[in-house]
Design a protein around this ligand. Structure first.
Ligand SMILES: *[C@@H]1O[C@H](CO)[C@@H](O)[C@H](O)[C@H]1NC(C)=O
Ligand SMILES: *[C@@H]1O[C@H](CO)[C@@H](O)[C@H](O)[C@H]1NC(C)=O
Ligand SMILES: *[C@@H]1O[C@H](CO)[C@@H](O)[C@H](O)[C@H]1NC(C)=O
Length: 217
């Protein structure tokens, strides 16, 4: 009776993983980096080395926020869902550093969730010119909007995107920042986008930034 409302993973019998299920989780920390034909999930952990809480863990085992936004962008661009585990202590507490990572992920999503929730993979997953750019897309008011998740702020303040094909109507906006960004077509490389001059406290978020592109194919 719930068949239209529940989704089943691939972990319910022997020889199911990566073969049978409503979506595929394959091995833990599965992140193929390219678009998959079927829905899939990256089941991953804030403590790289354990699903449960470890008293003898060291800080370098914990994902940083950059690790989390990098993985989220890559996974969602390639059609996946991201499951992020934290393990409670034996007496049921979530330690503050796990709580902090989850709250920071929430802070990032408050600004940038538009590029994640209900998004679909775009025709390309990552940019051909600049590394660390992952695309998602979504219909907004009948138009396909493309989101470019920028993992590293460009050191020159100019960001070149090779994949999107522009038209004179193309617009570029950063989520969480109102003024539209200036861009121009380069002769060879594609779009050359001028990143805004933001002071640290005016940054819409701290770990990865999302550019919303309209009228690109
Ligand atoms: C795009 O992603 C693929 C697959 O993960 C990778 O091999 C390639 O180097 C990436 N391209 C750039 C420009 O980073
Ligand atoms: C992007 O534009 C800036 C400012 O005009 C320029 O200095 C830079 O060389 C351009 N980059 C490319 C790849 O065209
Ligand atoms: C950013 O600030 C620098 C230094 O004040 C200035 O030279 C540059 O033109 C500014 N860029 C933009 C896009 O406003």
């Amino acid at each position: 009776p719930v068949k239209d409302k529940v989704v089943v993973n691939d972990r319910w019998g022997s020889n199911c993983k990566c073969k049978h299920g409503g979506y595929l989780t394959c091995n833990d920390h599965y992140n193929p980096g390219v678009l998959q034909k079927r829905k899939w999930e990256d089941c991953t952990t804030v403590d790289r080395g354990s699903w449960g809480y470890r008293r003898n863990v060291d800080l370098s085992s914990y994902l940083t926020m950059d690790d989390i936004t990098d993985t989220l962008a890559e996974v969602v661009s390639c059609g996946g869902n991201m499951l992020l585990n934290v393990g409670p202590t034996h007496d049921g507490r979530i330690i503050p550093i796990f709580e902090e990572r989850l709250r920071q992920t929430g802070d990032w999503l408050k600004v940038n969730g538009e590029a994640i929730y209900s998004s679909k993979p775009w025709t390309s997953q990552n940019d051909t010119v600049t590394k660390g750019i992952w695309f998602t897309s979504k219909p907004v008011n009948g138009e396909v909007v493309v989101y470019a998740i920028v993992l590293n702020w460009p050191s020159s303040n100019y960001l070149v995107l090779g994949t999107p094909v522009t038209s004179p109507k193309t617009t570029v906006n950063m989520l969480g920042y109102s003024p539209p960004l200036l861009w121009k077509q380069t002769a060879t490389a594609g779009m050359n986008i001028t990143m805004p001059n933001l002071s640290v406290n005016a940054m819409p978020c701290k770990w990865a930034w999302v550019l919303k592109l309209t009228n690109v194919v």
